[in-house]
Design a protein around this ligand. Structure first.
Ligand code: SF4
Ligand code: SF4
Length: 592
């Protein structure tokens, strides 16, 4: 991170004590530190026999960082303007700078990567942690004094008097069935403080599953259940942590409208969301988050949604005068490369597949060399079945698929192999190891995961390994089913660049099924659109150009997108806005 004009820096040293093991290394950091060697006490031993680094004496040479055998130390230089952390987890611990500010009747979005203080911020705003301002324990009087004259002073005043009630939709919804055994209806009854249960059940589309046990419902239903439960609570501030995972594009936009409606009733709403099109659609204001995972996090001042997202993509915060990413992210404004400029890689026939209550028809298609073909459509219309037929995992009832091409396939649900380390898994995965080390390891920061066991990885870490291995195998056709799931915004954009670049280098074909419209726009050359009635029948159209494909797809949802002139990113128009009306009249749902 660099400040454009101010060269003053403060140094932070963070030790990950879950990794640090002095018994095994004999305090190597102490013996190599050049400041210690000069007789000063830069790194010392605590009474618990753990290393402690003095940020005042440390010169930032990073010798200890490189010599520590367990990668436990991080040394970072920060802009001097960030001198007071809002909260710090002990000496040499993670620290957070800045806090998001809730706003009445508005939706405030948080944009940025995971692991840099979002949960800490939510815990502070919900009163679960009293911030310590980087020192010892503080009380609310001191916190109010610290924020004197700012919006947060009034917020902490009310919070300290118990006058702010908070409702939170957690990120990890898969844990809900572990803590509650009962039906959807029974769970919702427990949260029904507002008495709006029938109305919310209808709005969330949960009527059909009220009597189902929550361990038997789909990921999308579980997500809608978690959102409904949060909405049913009587609160002043509502937090929604990643409300769109497992939902298709239509469901995402419906949920976004419900969240906006909550703010319109006078509530303050805060949302963490990695689907940028959805975040843009539902937020009035945003805070940008940046930093280094498990080391430090910075929360920017509040900005208009357009400026905030644009500055995030640009990697530069104007108000703070801070550049936090070297590379700017831009979207292609013109329609991508035409198929005539490329040679044919894969040809597949029209196919049909029937199950007990579901049938799928797919039109024939051609995928070009070096081409990424996006796949968009509602949940339960046969996208995964189509991918599995192409991968040879399912036999079509009609349409002979000649397997003269090799396939590398990443399924939607990843099952880690027990007992294997990441390194062992990569070594056995038949990847082009030179390409893997050159492109994927750095793009996804994979080296630090090599010695970890697959079953211990988070959903996002496992996803990055699975994507990297799948695209770096020798194959004519690469199939990626929902690669953006569990990835934060930065990782999604990295993944899109990596998939695109490796497909071009290898000159094979790549098919990507995903519900994130910006991710698809950034990544795909053309589109396959799925239509149909969820869980009854599906119809896959032949591959088509992005513009006509997106038009086809978005017109079925009744939503229009324009392009942001500064970054080229697609932005959803607010329903019935002038742009929305104009574009619908001209039948231009996209690229207008
Ligand atoms: Fe050893 Fe690294 Fe811990 Fe220092 S930080 S004691 S080098 S494990
Ligand atoms: Fe010592 Fe250099 Fe490590 Fe600072 S960065 S603690 S000076 S070895």
């Amino acid at each position: 991170m660099k400040n454009e004009t101010n060269s003053k820096r403060i140094r932070i040293a963070v030790i990950d004590f879950k990794k640090c093991s002095p018994q095994k290394c004999g305090f190597q950091c102490i013996s190599v530190c050049p400041v210690n060697r000069l007789g000063k006490e830069c790194i010392t031993k605590s009474t618990e026999l753990k290393p402690v680094i003095s940020e005042v004496l440390c010169t930032g040479c990073k010798i200890c960082v490189h010599k520590c055998p367990f990668n436990a130390i991080s040394i970072v230089n920060l802009s001097a303007e960030l001198h007071t952390p809002i909260h710090q987890f002990g000496k040499n611990g993670f620290r957070l700078y800045g806090l998001p500010v809730p706003a009445e009747k508005q939706v405030v979005g948080l944009i940025g990567r995971n692991g840099i203080g979002k949960s800490t911020a939510l815990k502070i705003l919900s009163g679960k942690i009293i911030p310590n301002l980087g020192e010892t324990k503080k009380n609310y009087e001191e916190i109010k004094e610290f924020f004197k004259g700012k919006e947060l002073q009034a917020f902490f005043e009310k919070l300290s008097l118990g006058k702010i009630r908070v409702s939170l939709k957690p990120q990890a919804i898969s844990k809900i069935p572990e803590s509650f055994n009962g039906t959807v209806g029974e769970l919702l009854e427990q949260f029904n403080e507002s008495g709006k249960l029938p109305e919310i059940v209808k709005r969330m589309g949960l009527s059909g599953v009220l009597s189902s046990n929550i361990s038997n419902i789909s990921g999308g239903e579980l997500q809608r259940l978690a959102i409904a439960a949060a909405m049913l609570k009587e609160a002043d501030v509502y937090f929604f942590d990643e409300p769109t995972s497992y939902l298709d594009v239509g469901e995402r936009l419906k949920i976004a409208r419900q969240i906006r409606a909550l703010a319109e009733t006078g509530k303050s709403v805060m949302v963490v969301e990695h689907d940028l099109a959805v975040l843009d659609y539902l937020s009035d204001l945003v805070h940008v988050l940046f930093g280094q995972k498990s080391v430090y996090g910075v929360i920017s001042s509040r900005q208009s949604v357009r400026n905030g997202i644009n500055q995030y993509l640009e990697g530069y915060l104007k108000t703070e005068n801070i550049r936090f990413r070297e590379k700017e992210i831009r979207f292609a404004v013109s329609s991508p490369i035409k198929e005539i400029t490329r040679k044919k890689a894969i040809e597949y026939p029209a196919m049909e597949k029937k199950f007990n209550n579901f049938s799928l028809k797919t039109e024939s298609g051609i995928i070009m060399k070096g081409e990424v073909l996006g796949v968009l459509g509602p949940n339960a219309t046969g996208k995964t079945t189509f991918v599995k037929m192409l991968a040879g995992e399912l036999k079509p009832d009609k349409g002979r698929l000649e397997f003269s091409f090799s396939v590398s396939f990443k399924p939607q649900y990843l099952k880690p192999i027990k007992g294997k380390t990441v390194k062992e898994f990569i070594d056995e995965s038949n990847v082009d190891i030179e390409l893997f080390n050159r492109e994927a390891v750095n793009a996804f920061n994979l080296r630090e995961l090599f010695e970890r066991k697959l079953e211990e990885l988070s959903g996002g870490e496992l996803q990055k390994i699975a994507i990297a291995v799948t695209i770096c195998r020798e194959a004519d056709l690469v199939l990626l089913d929902e690669p953006s799931a569990f990835l934060d915004i930065e990782e999604r954009l990295n993944a899109a660049s990596l998939i695109k670049s490796i497909t071009l280098q290898k000159e094979n074909a790549c098919l990507v099924v995903d519900h994130d419209v910006l991710f698809q726009d950034y990544l795909s050359d053309r589109l396959i659109v799925f239509k149909g009635i969820p869980s009854k029948k599906g119809h896959a159209l032949a591959p088509q150009e992005m513009e006509s494909g997106m038009n086809e797809f978005l017109s079925s949802l009744g939503i229009t997108f324009r392009r942001d002139p500064q970054t080229g990113r697609p932005r959803a128009n607010k329903p019935d806005s002038q742009k929305d009306k104009e574009q619908k009249k001209a039948n231009k749902y996209y690229y207008a």
